[in-house]
Write a protein that binds this ligand. Sequence first.
Ligand code: CO
Length: 252
Amino acid sequence: MSVTIKSEKEIELMREAGRILAIVHEELKEFVRPGISTMDIDKKGYEIIKSFGCIPSFLHYNGYPASICVSVNDEVVHGIPNKKRILRDGDIVSLDAGVIYKGYHSDAARTWAVGEVSKEAKRLMEVTEQSFYEGMKYAKAGCHLYDISAAIEDYVVANGFSCVRDLVGHGIGRELHEDPQIPNFRQRRRGPKLVPGMTLAVEPMVNIGRPEVCWLDDDWTVVTEDETLSAHYENTILITDGEPELLSIRKK
Ligand code: CO
């Protein structure tokens, strides 16, 4: 498959998919607290998504068993919700969610603090979110795709952390995963030119320690090899003639 350029009509649908997903994350943020299970978060997320008449896109995707990926501490992404996994004060929890609205996808992730977390955990979450915005400085027509990748990594490395290399961002639209792949680290070329109408899911995954990750025996949960904390921040965006439009963030 090649990169798809969305029509104005498609973009309208993706705006709505993104707006709904932004609300899902806002409501889940309020729900996260010590004492709940990661399964509680999945149930809540499923209910919110359904209340908007949307389909949770992750549920049954390649056999994934839940609507929200819930990844705690050294879990990077794709954690499987479990009623026995109780969140505790001091944990950080990454929530990744996707919805389908009238055939169009949005995909976004946030990392939240559970109660009071360490200074370093806080800094990890801030750097991860900011690395996304550093990438956004190059998410414009005329720039190249891997300019985004390089900006993300440069910022993360300058702050003493590392970017996961085994997982990437992606194009998005009628499918959850479309071309192109979007690495979160510098490539040796600038890659394809960005064109208005491209819709992308940019998703830095940042580790405090080394960038290497491995998979647990459940074949989903990705964890840091050195067991340091990891954070994830993702939005679905639209390339325009000017600044990128952040579809999965609610406009103030
Ligand atoms: Co994604």
